[in-house]
Design a protein around this ligand. Structure first.
Ligand SMILES: Nc1ncnc2c1ncn2[C@@H]1O[C@H](COP(=O)(O)OP(=O)(O)O)[C@@H](O)[C@H]1O
Ligand SMILES: [Mg+2]
Length: 465
């Protein structure tokens, strides 16, 4: 900018110099007609001195004038440079100076507009980023060359990736399930949107993803790459499987007694009723099977009731000793039938609970203990207080449960070695009902068992105090 001012000054001075020089030469020539030859030198010297003084004065005056007029331009140029660099907060002085006033106003309007546009763009970018990061689904964008251009944190968490794993990488280089890679490949090939459910193994688990992929089109339908959005639906799939298993189990459990009732009654109707011994034994079987059917229906109804969301037990201060006493009373015939021994040790205890539901819990645990014990063994019932809770233990010396089975024991219809439990008369629903009921009491139930040694079920319930 300085050199521009210098050049302007020099040019102006050069013109002034040329004009003055021309003028003074003409004046000098005119003088030469009237002045003697000796005096002409003095005239030329005087003219030269005047010329030099005038040039110096002109230089000073021009410099001032140029400075005054060039300053706003200087300032505007600086602002323009700042704008070019991206500093949209720069503003020019809005002077009254002739000519530049409009320029500085215009450049300030330009700067303001640029600042507003950038602010809007930054806000939109921020909004989009927040949306992508918090959309609840995994997202990945891949450019036309197959290089990853954007990935959100859900995607990185889903596939255990770090920033370094994906930076500047092609999608084929990163560690994603093979099925997903094939899905991406397919979108690249077909160039059309697709949706699919993918299944793969991640560590020890089976995972299910609901994926949607589509090409990203820019202006004029230009192909920019593809975007993939995926949702983990493993939990949904698991629930669906549980529901399917449940229906299959219910059908299976119902079919056995129904088939047998139907078969035996048909045989009787075909004429077997005439033989009294057969009639009696078949009726016995039909009776047993219908009892089993009734039990199953009752357990199913119970289970569906306790599994309902918002299921609540009607809690009152309840004498736990009485609950145990009533349950023991009811199972006594079975205990005697199998020549088992009962050992009951209890502290006086009042819990917060629903007496009928707690009797149901105790019955289930005790009937299991009886069912899975050999004759002449002892079943111990203990009731005591620990850590501000009531603790009830039902311990048997029965066949025990494999450690690997314990985790699944409380599932609906789960029975350890189906054959072993098949003729136990149970439904496989007892322990799920127990668990739901105890949890509804804000308590918990635990199992400890050793094959061939015995099993202990421990129930914790809140004390009433
Ligand atoms: N005290 C126990 N000793 C050994 N196995 C048991 C005991 N209690 C429960 N089990 C096992 O847990 C399974 C589930 O129990 P439960 O839900 O009450 O169903 P079931 O109707 O078969 O008794 C039983 O089939 C049995 O294999
Ligand atoms: Mg049972």
């Amino acid at each position: 900018m300085k050199s521009f001012r210098h050049r302007l000054l020099l040019t102006t001075l050069a013109w002034i110099g040329i004009l003055l020089a021309g003028l003074f030469i003409v004046i000098g020539q005119l003088f030469s007609f009237y002045v003697d030859a000796e005096d002409i030198t003095t005239v030329w010297v005087s003219l030269a001195s005047i010329f030099i003084v005038t040039i110096i004065i002109s230089a000073v005056i021009c410099n001032r004038i140029i400075r005054i007029h060039a300053q706003p331009i200087d300032n505007i140029t600086q602002v323009a440079l700042q704008l070019a660099k991206g500093n949209y907060r720069a503003r020019a002085y809005e002077t009254e100076s002739l000519g530049t006033a409009q320029l500085s106003t215009t450049i300030n309007i330009l700067a303001r507009n640029l600042q507003e546009i950038t602010a809007v763009r930054e806000m939109e970018q921020e909004r989009l980023k927040t949306l992508i990061e918090n959309m609840g689904s995994a997202l990945i964008m891949i450019d036309r060359q197959g290089r990853i251009s954007l990935v959100n944190k859900f995607f990185m968490n889903e596939f255990d990736l770090t920033k370094d794993d994906i930076q500047e990488k092609f999608y084929k280089e990163i560690d994603i399930p093979h099925v997903l890679e094939r899905f991406i490949e397919n979108i690249f090939v077909t160039e059309s949107p697709a949706r699919d459910q993918l299944e793969f193994t991640s560590g020890l688990n089976r995972k299910h993803l609901d994926v949607y992929g589509a090409p990203v089109l820019g202006e004029h339908e230009r192909w920019l790459g593809i975007v993939i959005v995926s949702q983990d639906i493993s939990e949904l799939k698991r629930l669906e499987q549980i529901r399917k298993d449940f229906v299959a189990n219910v059908s299976h459990e119902l079919r056995t007694p129904v088939t047998s009732i139907k078969g035996f009654s048909e045989t009787l109707l075909d004429g077997a009723y005439q033989d009294e011994a057969t009639l009696l034994s078949f009726l016995e079987i039909i009776h047993t099977e219908s009892n089993r059917l009734q039990l199953l229906v009752k357990d199913l109804l119970d289970l569906s009731k306790v599994e309902q969301t918002g299921f609540q037990v009607d809690v009152h201060p309840t004498d736990m000793n009485e609950v145990i006493g009533r349950a023991v009373e009811m199972i006594k015939p079975r205990v005697e039938e199998k020549s088992l021994h009962l050992d009951v040790q209890q502290e006086p205890t009042t819990v917060l609970g629903d007496a009928n539901r707690l009797i149901q819990v105790m019955m289930n645990l005790l009937i299991n203990a009886i069912t899975y014990s050999a004759a002449d063994t002892t079943i111990k019932i203990r009731l005591y207080h620990a850590n501000g809770q009531a603790v009830i233990e039902v311990e048997d010396e029965g066949i025990g449960i494999e450690a690997s089975e314990i985790g699944r024991l409380f599932e609906r219809f789960y029975r350890v070695a189906r054959d072993r439990s098949r003729n136990s008369g149970g439904t496989g629903l007892g322990l799920s009902i127990v668990k739901h009921l105890i949890e509804a009491h804000h308590g918990k139930v635990e199992v400890e068992s050793q094959i061939g040694v015995g099993t202990t079920f421990t129930v914790y319930l809140p004390l009433w105090s």
